[in-house]
Design a protein around this ligand. Structure first.
Ligand code: 13P
Length: 244
């Protein structure tokens, strides 16, 4: 169960969140939990989560180890700050920051090489769904993201299916729509990394996940977890989602 805070919360606000959130999920061991704050709130979040079952992740990274890349953050910097996970290829990065499938591939390789657990996001926009292109888009995004990576290297990979039309809109994919997309992503992972890998791959659903709809989504065997935006900003609401 993963939280993507996007561009919300300072370090102090992150501390306040964990003060309230940690007691609500204390002893909860059914699900792995990860919270991805903005970079500047990572150290405070790591500190707050020390001794708990909650991992902390970044929302992005640069693919080079270091260099003249103003404004960028490397995998090693995330690890040094205490992060263990990183979101890659979120639709907002693709949409607003020009991130392509090839960039996603470079970032995925860098994250795996460094030992971070990558959460690679894929998903179609509304026009693509309406034009019947969902499967083509997901296939292309997976194929390009997984290009030239071995199954052994990819061991930690997590994929998130986030239909762009469901992000922050209050519209959720029906559990069946999500399950169909997950099955397709799984088959692409099988092709790239082998059948066993595909069967074990964890695929999260993201897009307007709320305490009210998480149970129906998680009832689908294809859906292994959730990547939650807006509803993860409030400790009570994210705890309710985690403990659905
Ligand atoms: P919302 O839960 O706000 O729709 O955001 C989903 C998302 O983009 C998570 O990465």
């Amino acid at each position: 169960m993963a939280a993507n805070w996007k561009m919300f919360k300072t370090a102090e606000q992150a501390r306040d969140f964990f003060r309230d959130f940690l007691p609500l999920v204390a002893g909860h061991d059914r699900d792995e939990m990860v919270v991805c704050p903005p970079y500047l709130a990572i150290p405070a979040s790591v500190e707050a989560c020390r001794g708990s079952a909650i991992a902390v992740g970044g929302q992005n990274l640069h693919w080079e180890k270091e260099g003249a890349f103003t404004g960028e953050i490397s995998a090693a910097m995330l690890l040094a700050a205490g992060a263990s996970h990183v979101i890659i290829g979120h639709s907002e990065r693709r949409q607003f920051f020009g991130e392509t499938d090839d960039v996603v591939n470079l970032k995925l390789k860098a994250a795996l090489e460094a030992g971070l657990t990558p959460i690679v996001c894929v998903g179609e926009v509304l026009e693509e769904r309406e034009a019947g292109l969902t499967e083509d888009v997901l296939r292309r995004q997976c194929l390009r993201a997984f290009h030239a990576i071995s199954g052994k290297k990819a061991a930690k990979l997590i994929v998130a299916y986030e239909p762009v039309w469901a992000i922050g809109t209050g519209k959720t994919a029906t559990p069946q729509m999500a399950a169909d997309a997950h099955a397709l992503i799984r088959s692409e992972a099988e092709k790239a990394f082998g059948e066993e890998f595909g069967q074990q791959l964890r695929i999260l659903y993201g897009g307007s996940v709320k305490p009210e709809n998480v149970k129906a989504l998680m009832a689908e065997s294809e859906i292994d977890g959730a990547l939650v935006g807006g509803a993860s900003l409030d400790p009570k609401s994210f705890a309710a989602i985690v403990k659905y």
